[in-house]
Design a protein around this ligand. Structure first.
Ligand code: ADP
Ligand code: MG
Length: 243
């Protein structure tokens, strides 16, 4: 089976006046279906830029990105938007929930965009919320939920359209450490259920809890290996991995 996602020599440049900033520079790696991978690096290292490219929210300046065997750069804008809606679930640091909508309505939203009938939507949202342990909180609005419950709601929203890939940008960044542990435990459970998960983080302790981690420094990959080893700086680039 081909990898679920494959990046070859991806670059992303920003022109700032006379200066060209290389947010990403020659990034190559693959992720197989069912993997749980952390992308770890300090602030400004290029993590969000990379995640935006993986999520087809941004286009690389150079290089090739293949998702589920298809070359993303060959897709039209419409095809790309459709692929994004069908294949990718996003989880953000700031949850990005609608404040006036219940947890249930928040989770239903991606299904509204996909034209799924109301009854089906209710059922699928209830199922997704049950999977993240929020069956008893479906009618709560975000301000009536704890930080961890808000992030669970956002994870249910990401899962409800059954994406092939979960992309998470600093998903524990706004949570206290005990709640962050809970959310990591939930990601581990989803990983056990064969979901493919990419987690961007600046925290080595989060990377250490992932089976695989990729360290990014100044837009370049500096290590790719078991999360615990990458987190303590013991791993470099695995054979056959990124150059
Ligand atoms: P991280 O998420 O790891 O903190 P980013 O991917 O946001 O890093 O940024 C990587 C680098 O690219 C930084 O030096 C940042 O200043 C630069 N950068 C990001 N977005 C833009 C932009 N829209 N315009 C110019 N420079 C940018
Ligand atoms: Mg960032």
């Amino acid at each position: 089976m081909p990898p679920l996602l494959e990046l070859v020599d991806i670059a992303r440049y920003y022109q700032m006046g006379d200066e060209r900033i290389a947010a990403l520079d020659g990034v190559s790696f693959s992720v197989d279906e069912g993997e749980m991978v952390a992308i770890v690096g300090t602030s400004g290292s290029g993590k969000s830029t990379l995640l935006n490219i993986l999520g087809m929210l941004d286009t690389p300046s150079a290089g090739r990105y293949r998702l589920a065997g298809r070359d993303v750069q060959d897709l039209s804008d419409d095809e790309r938007a459709r692929a994004r809606n069908q294949q990718i679930g996003f989880v953000f640091q700031s949850f990005q929930l609608l404040h006036r909508a219940t947890a249930q309505k928040n989770v239903e939203l991606p299904l509204v965009y996909r034209g799924i009938p109301a009854r089906d939507r209710h059922e699928r949202a209830a199922k997704a919320l049950t999977r993240v342990g929020l069956a008893a909180r479906m009618k709560h609005r975000p301000f009536q939920l704890s930080g961890g419950q808000r992030q669970r709601t956002a994870i249910a929203r990401a899962l409800v359209s059954e994406p092939s890939l979960l992309l998470c940008d600093e998903p524990t960044g706004n949570l206290d450490s005990a709640t962050a542990e809970d959310i990591m435990a939930l990601f581990h459970r989803l990983h056990d259920e064969k979901h493919t998960i990419v987690i961007v983080t600046h925290e080595p302790s989060i990377a250490a809890r992932c089976p695989r981690a990729i360290r990014i420094v100044d837009g370049k990959i500096k290590a790719d290996g078991p999360g615990a080893e990458v987190a303590r700086g013991a791993a470099t680039i695995a054979l056959g991995g990124a150059a």
